[in-house]
Ligand binder design. Structure first.
Ligand code: GTP
Ligand code: MG
Length: 539
């Protein structure tokens, strides 16, 4: 144990030399914090001081915060794990009433206040940490007050990104679920992946979780060539997929029947990637639990790495994701829409195509990898460097404002009908198969991550890119409106705020309708000017 801690410590020091943690370090730290934490539903009539005094009887508290989700909750992180055990010793099982309780104990608790109600210093007066983003109208107002487009982009990133508290809560929910899964697999872990940890998550995004059974000891125990040895007898299934399905089926049932706060459990076991979907009410998270999904964890690591390389990466991804959501280019409902994952890869590809490139290609990151980075999953090479210090960036000084405008121009004129986007090579390539939008899966290279996108959704995306590029070129929308105020004293939208307004992009719902709209004339003009510009560049 001490050796493992020393190893982790050394890794933390080397990665943090320039202030950047590897995703692995982040996972280790956050998981450890989560194990020392409890989640308590509070009554607002409780005095906060009394609440803390009661808890500190069990040990020192490192951090605590309150938030609202169907009532007020507190996340309390103790300094030592023993404090949690001590606290749980005195927790009662609810009795009485006409309903019976499933006696499954977890670190999700309810505070009861049977004594006198203290009216001073009540929880209701205490600041709750927001766990959702501000509404789009609020955001538009906030952005309109900024004095440059660069500041607008930073302000959007600031408003949307996950907070320290929200990130802690995500790891705590994983840790609470792990307590259910360990009933069957005592050595398993549950890790968040996707936008909860890749650096591109927006407050309120879903919580993607991976039930990790790879760390179960015994996998790497080699049988000796001679002499006696023992092997576990294990039940066998036809395929790894069948094993994943049966594990998720059982864990899904437990979550449904015993998991406190878990509601609306759906087992979606026949999907390409089998999963259990449910809502965790106390945190307000929509959860997707998968297993044996190592490639998704690698994609998460890769996105995280790219996001940490240059601050412009995250800011541009946040801006493009927000813009896409505001115009219904992406949706929370699955369908023929572009997904956030595809959109993020599009931003990365665009940044690789800058001159000089802002981020390196995946092939370059693979070439920099050391022996410990080697990873082959189901025959796919998922190797890439994890040490930030080995990556040399080129000195591109473009501003976020320039990059945003160029992003829209790039995709307004991209030859989607012929070419596929490939972040491995940082180059477009001839499409290997027919699909309106082809984005090569970075690790499973024969797959298209945007296979679901239909022609009309791609058309909408291109039309919106054309219009947004055009809007950013107009002086009346690309410069601050000074002290001008619109309806009800709100500042007049300008710059990025204009790009988020629905009215500006009306009429591109269908091709037929668009032809009749005056906007089509503007878009045609824009296309002409972009074509001319491209021809000039080529000649
Ligand atoms: P949100 O929309 O904020 O949830 O973004 P997300 O990045 O979490 O996307 P999502 O929840 O759809 O997927 C979770 C993770 O699964 C992604 O970050 C990727 O790592 C992976 N993933 C999603 N879609 C694909 C895909 O089409 N191909 C591959 N290879 N991985 C995917
Ligand atoms: Mg997600």
């Amino acid at each position: 144990m001490a050796f493992r801690l020393a190893l982790i410590h050394r890794r933390v020091i080397s990665n943090e030399k320039n202030g950047r943690k590897s995703l692995h370090t982040l996972h280790v730290e956050r998981q450890e914090q989560a194990e020392r934490s409890v989640l308590i539903s509070c009554q607002t009539s409780t005095n906060e001081k009394k609440f803390l005094k009661y808890l500190t009887k069990h040990g020192e508290i490192n951090k605590y915060f309150f938030y609202e989700s169907y009532g007020v909750y507190a996340v309390v992180e103790f300094a030592n794990q023993e404090s949690v055990a001590s606290l749980l010793e005195g927790v009662a099982i609810p009795g009485g009433s006409h309903e019976s309780a499933v006696p499954f104990k977890s670190r999700l608790l309810s505070l009861r206040n049977l004594g006198s109600v203290d009216s001073s210093n009540q929880l209701s007066g205490w600041q709750c940490q927001p766990q959702t983003t501000i509404p789009i109208n609020e955001l538009i107002k906030r952005l309109s007050r900024e004095e440059s487009i660069n500041k607008q982009i930073s302000s959007l990133t600031e408003a949307y990104q996950l907070t320290e508290e929200n990130s802690r809560l995500r790891f705590l929910v994983c840790s609470l679920l792990k307590d259910i899964a360990t009933a069957y697999f005592p050595e398993c872990t549950i890790k968040p992946f996707g936008s909860s940890v890749n650096g591109f998550g927006k407050l309120g995004c879903d919580l993607d979780m991976l039930l990790d059974l790879d760390s179960i000891s015994g996998r790497n125990v080699k049988l000796p060539k001679s002499g006696l040895s023992l092997e576990y007898q294990m039940k066998r299934a036809n395929s790894e997929r069948a094993v994943t399905q049966s594990i998720l089926s059982v864990i899904g049932k437990c979550v449904d029947q015993f998991g406190p706060g878990c509601v609306g459990v759906q087992k979606i076991l026949n999907a390409r990637c089998p999963l259990v979907r449910f809502a965790h009410q106390p945190s307000g998270f929509q959860c997707d639990l998968t297993a044996n999904n190592r490639v998704a964890m690698k994609s998460t690591e890769l996105l995280y790495l790219y996001g940490e390389l240059d601050p412009r990466v995250r800011s541009l991804v946040f801006t493009v994701r927000c813009w896409a959501r505001a115009h219904g280019v992406t949706s929370s409902i699955p369908g023929a829409w572009i997904t956030n994952f595809s959109l993020t890869v599009m931003v990365l590809f665009f940044l690789q195509k800058r001159s000089p490139p802002i981020i390196p290609t995946l092939d370059h990151l693979r070439d920099l990898a050391g022996p410990a980075d080697k990873s082959v999953i189901e025959g796919n090479d998922c190797t890439f460097v994890s040490d930030f210090n080995k990556i040399q960036l080129q000195s591109n000084t473009e501003t976020l404002e320039q990059l945003l405008g160029e992003f829209f121009e790039f995709y307004a004129t991209f030859p989607f009908s012929r070419m596929s986007l490939n972040i491995r090579k940082g180059k477009e390539q001839n499409k290997p198969e027919v699909a309106p939008l082809h984005i090569q899966n970075p690790f499973e290279t024969s797959l298209n991550v945007s296979k679901n996108v239909n022609a009309s959704q791609l058309d909408r995306f291109v039309a919106l890119c054309q219009e947004s590029a055009w809007l950013l070129q107009q002086s009346e929308t690309s410069t601050p409106r000074g002290s001008g105020v619109g309806d009800e004293g709100a500042p007049t939208p300008w710059g990025l705020a204009t790009l988020l307004l629905p009215s500006q992009v009306a009429g591109i719902k269908s091709r037929k309708k668009r032809r009749r709209e005056p906007a089509s004339e503007r878009i045609k003009g824009l296309l002409e000017s972009l074509k001319n510009k491209n021809q000039l560049k080529k000649s």
